[in-house]
Design a protein around this ligand. Structure first.
Ligand SMILES: CC(C)(COP(=O)(O)OP(=O)(O)OC[C@H]1O[C@@H](n2cnc3c(N)ncnc32)[C@H](O)[C@@H]1OP(=O)(O)O)[C@@H](O)C(=O)NCCC(=O)NCCS
Length: 245
């Protein structure tokens, strides 16, 4: 009976999320609009083929943001090494794409490599400045937290500069304990064991993100095709066969 109640509550949550997603008219991430805080944001698990996009995103960060993200003044070469070393099989890397398939936010859930700490993972995140303050950082944290819980991670760790109010607020709101050591702070979040609800929630999130991404890829190709026809019509490049009028 409690299993049925849990399943019903998952379906209700998913339906409410989809409704919010669809009814935030003109603001749907699917349509590529702005992200109202309450909207469901499709967060996609990234694969090695996204490595170049991850690098491009990180290289866009200003020196101050790089300092906040990595805890030191990361130079281009160091960011390149970081992007090259990302292990998409062991870790989880999440991204939010806009309608032009630009990666506007990334989160890295890095699993501890020390076998004595194999139930621990570290969270790192970056959101492009134009998209901040819309809840993306918090949503990426929630997504990583859900996966970590389902993967039986028991302790989630965040290292941040003490001046990083936004990151520390996200961690505190999720229930993390924050310890300050002068200019740096560590946040720890104990995770519960996986439940039917957490597993279903992750499956629903993954489906929505995959569908959203596929539609954006199709739309991207479609607009590329239209632009190509336009160029042929305007005589900017030779046509290979006549486009239909
Ligand atoms: C930290 C960062 C990821 C936050 O992303 P974001 O999408 O703007 O975060 P959110 O919109 O989810 O905001 C989270 C909370 O912080 C608050 N916040 C956002 N920017 C803030 C700021 N500059 N100062 C204080 N609070 C801030 C928000 O109001 C929100 O609080 P609320 O839930 O009570 O409204 C983003 O600023 C960033 O990419 N910074 C550079 C890299 C970095 O610092 N990474 C973190 C270390 S790993």
């Amino acid at each position: 009976m409690s299993g049925l109640r849990e399943t019903l509550s998952i379906v209700r949550d998913a339906a409410a999320g989809l409704l919010r997603w669809r009814t935030s008219a003109g603001a749907s991430p699917l349509l590529g609009g702005r992200f109202p805080k309450a909207a469901l944001v499709p967060i996609r698990g990234l694969r090695p083929r996204h490595r170049a996009a991850v690098l491009a995103h990180l290289l866009e960060l200003s020196p101050a943001d790089r300092y906040m993200r990595f805890g030191y003044a990361a130079q281009d070469a160091q960011i390149e090494r970081y992007a090259q070393s990302l292990d998409f099989d062991r870790d989880q890397v999440y991204g939010v794409f806009n309608r032009r398939l630009r990666l506007i936010a990334i989160a890295h859930l890095a699993y501890a490599q020390d076998p004595k700490a194999d139930r621990c993972a570290e969270f790192g995140v970056s959101v492009l400045p134009a998209y901040r303050g819309k809840g993306l950082g918090a949503k990426l944290f929630a997504r990583a937290q859900l996966h970590a819980q389902n993967d039986r991670i028991s302790l989630l760790f965040i290292h941040a500069l003490s001046e990083n109010s936004a990151m520390l607020k996200i961690a505190r709101k999720a229930g993390a304990t924050v310890e300050r050591f002068g200019s740096e702070s560590d946040a720890y979040l104990q995770l519960p064991r996986p439940t039917l609800h957490s597993q279903w929630s992750e499956a629903v999130d993954t489906q929505i993100a995959d569908t959203d991404y596929r539609l954006k890829v199709q739309a991207h190709h479609f607009w590329g095709l239209l632009a190509g026809f336009q160029q042929v019509r305007q005589g900017l490049r030779p046509g290979q066969g006549k486009p239909t009028p």
